[in-house]
Write a protein that binds this ligand. Structure first.
Ligand SMILES: [Zn+2]
Length: 635
């Protein structure tokens, strides 16, 4: 053990402490008793007049007791943006230091070779054990598509067929406020039924989207007509988003009926923060029972939990007419004020209060490679520049406000909402340092292969990563260069997800296609496949009781406690993963505490004794000792 090792492990411990401080809530001060008492007389559906909230000067919501008229005692505080700036910068410095990079690289290499050894020795045992788990197999075991955008959820084929059906049966439906019918929109554009082909729609990803997020975004509009996107893929339009709901119900149906295999999903809908009424509109749409039509019911499904994605579109917000003097806080208030209102005063927003019970996470999305402006610790109301502020700065304010909201929801006994942004798809790999500190899990994470220290931290804390190799293949990273297999072998908490079946997948079962392509490309065994599926359930936002059904009653205790009959992951694999993770944690803690030499010496002594015992057994069973065998005591 050298001083470099000690330095590296101290850095690792310090980085992990930052994650506990932010994601773990250790740095937040919540006056729980006052909050809980204030909710005592309320039931879930009545307003809580004991508490008030307001957006603070620092861009984070503040909570006060209504009797605290001077507003001196904020009941739920989070570390300030200055503090986060310092901690985030310190993290990026530490992960960049040579000592930490060398240590992490070496440990990751050992994890890779350890896995290879495990599989070489135990693969037959794993498949035998798996074969003995009767009554289950890959198809009968749950997997969740943790990362799928609602507007891209139907496949191109489903979408084209749906539009063709509407054109045939609902050509007279008025679909815009100027009185135009669906038939007229197509006629005006010179499109007849012969144009209803996947190629003419031009929604499938092709060469034009590689490294081009703008072209990728344009693919959501069939025939490049924004009108068609608005009619079919939006929740707020002249028909109240009915087509979009019907289209998604086709997607949901396959999961609900377990067609082909057992699966669920976490569909993402957008809140842009452009207008204050967006959440109410969305809640309306989610809870509408489309009675009278051929649509079977509200868009709340047993197989789906909703995620909300917030695109980083400040530049668009700022450029809208009349917003010259607007600050970033205006956008933050559009995003968060309705959520605090619905949580504290559900009588004012009953639909949103109900919809929030079905929302499990907030995502932050957009092109990570897009230019952004350094903004220091600027307060949001001071950020009036039309340029997009830095990724870390935007993520801090989303996290901070969500954390305060969750402290209220926890006090009230309501579900909390996780922070699960897109990160490491492209752009600056250090974005992953920001999400490491702030977030429960991420979508993508491919850029972790450019930063070994962060990759090792993601391993140690088992930060969930919902990877989409097929999506990456079309947008940012060819599948042959995907680090997915490397991450998986090392034991990072990765799973597979589809991202946007509309653009990337050819079959009617995009999730199965994703697993199937990964199996062939990365040469995954069925044990590997089951581990990836189990990870998807673990990192999902589905309720604990739901997870108990699919992972076993004791799944919370760790992967070795997941029921192998339910997950179809043989215990030998789960034990391998758990033991190695524990060893890495212990090594790091011992080295950081300066105890490594003493412990290693003792381990060497014990190892020597064990070796001598093994040697004795060999000697006793061999007629002749090979001459190459070292002398006793020489080993
Ligand atoms: Zn995505």
């Amino acid at each position: 053990m050298t001083t470099e090792h000690v330095k590296a492990c101290k850095n690792i411990e310090a980085c992990r402490a930052f994650r506990k401080k932010y994601f773990g809530g250790g740095g937040c001060v919540v006056q729980e008793k006052i909050l809980k008492d204030s909710f005592d007389d309320n039931n879930e559906k009545t307003n809580n007049d004991n508490l008030v909230f307001e957006m603070g000067e620092n861009g984070v919501m503040e909570i006060y007791h209504s009797e605290d008229t001077e507003k001196t005692n904020n009941l739920s505080t989070v570390p300030s943006v200055e503090e986060f700036d310092t901690d985030y910068k310190r993290t990026t410095e530490m992960v960049g230091e040579g000592a930490m990079r060398s240590y992490c690289f070496q440990r990751l290499q050992l994890l890779s070779s350890g896995f290879r050894t495990h599989v070489t020795m135990n693969a037959p045992m794993e498949s035998l054990e798996q074969g003995n788990l009767l009554g289950t197999d890959f198809f009968r075991t749950l997997k969740i598509d943790n990362h799928i955008h609602a507007a891209g959820a139907p496949t191109a084929k489903q979408f084209v067929n749906f539009v063709a059906d509407k054109l045939e049966n609902e050509s007279d439906t008025v679909i815009s406020s100027d009185g135009k019918t669906l038939g007229e929109v197509f006629k005006d554009a010179g499109l007849d039924k012969d144009y209803l082909t996947i190629d003419a729609f031009n929604v499938l990803a092709d060469y034009s989207v590689y490294q081009r997020f703008d072209n990728f975004n344009a693919k959501y509009s069939p025939f490049r007509m924004a009108d068609l996107r608005r009619i079919f893929l939006k929740t707020n339009n002249h028909i109240g988003g009915r087509y979009f709901a019907e289209l998604l119900k086709i997607v949901l149906n396959r999961h609900e009926l377990s067609k082909g295999h057992v699966s669920g999903l976490e569909l993402r809908l957008s809140i842009y923060g452009m207008e204050r009424h967006e959440w109410d509109d969305l809640a309306d749409w989610m809870l509408t029972d489309w009675e009278g039509g051929d649509f079977p019911g509200p868009l709340v499904s047993k197989s789906n939990r909703w995620m909300i994605q917030i695109p980083r579109l400040w530049r668009i917000f700022r450029m809208k007419p009349g917003r010259d003097g607007s600050g970033f806080n205006d956008m933050l208030e559009n995003i968060f004020t309705p959520l605090f209102e619905a949580t504290l005063y559900p009588e004012r927003k009953p639909k949103l209060a109900e919809a929030l019970k079905h929302i499990v996470g907030i995502d932050s999305v957009d092109d990570e490679g897009a230019p952004e402006e350094a903004c220091g610790c600027q307060r949001p109301h001071m950020w009036t520049s039309p340029k997009n502020p830095a990724y870390w700065w935007q993520l801090y304010f989303l996290w901070a406000n969500l954390e305060v909201l969750n402290s209220l929801r926890r006090a009230k006994g309501l579900n909390t909402i996780a922070f699960r942004p897109h990160a490491g798809e492209t752009g600056n790999p250090l974005n992953l340092a920001c999400t490491y500190i702030l977030c429960e899990s991420i979508a993508h994470g491919m850029n972790l292969d450019q930063q070994v220290s962060l990759q090792y931290l993601y391993y140690l804390d088992q930060v969930g990563m919902s990877c989409s190799p097929l999506s990456n293949n079309f947008l940012f990273r060819k599948i042959g260069d995907s680090p997915f297999l490397k991450f998986f072998r090392r034991g990072l908490n990765v799973t597979l997800s589809t991202d946007d079946p509309l653009l990337f997948h050819m079959s009617d079962d995009p999730l199965l296609e994703e697993y199937s392509v990964a199996r062939a490309t990365f040469d995954l065994s069925m044990t590997d496949m089951m581990e990836i599926a189990r990870n998807s359930v673990l990192m999902s936002g589905f309720e604990e009781e739901f997870k108990e059904t699919y992972l076993g009653k004791e799944f919370r205790k760790g992967v070795t406690f997941c029921d192998e009959h339910l997950t179809h992951v043989p215990l030998i694999r789960a034990k391998y993963r758990a033991e190695h993770l524990a060893i890495e944690h212990m090594f790091c803690a011992l080295i950081a505490a300066g105890k490594a030499n003493v412990v290693l010496d003792e381990m060497k002594t014990q190892f020597g004794l064990a070796r001598d015992a093994h040697r004795k057994i060999l000697f006793e069973n061999m007629d002749e000792i090979p001459p190459s065998f070292p002398e006793l005591g020489q080993l």
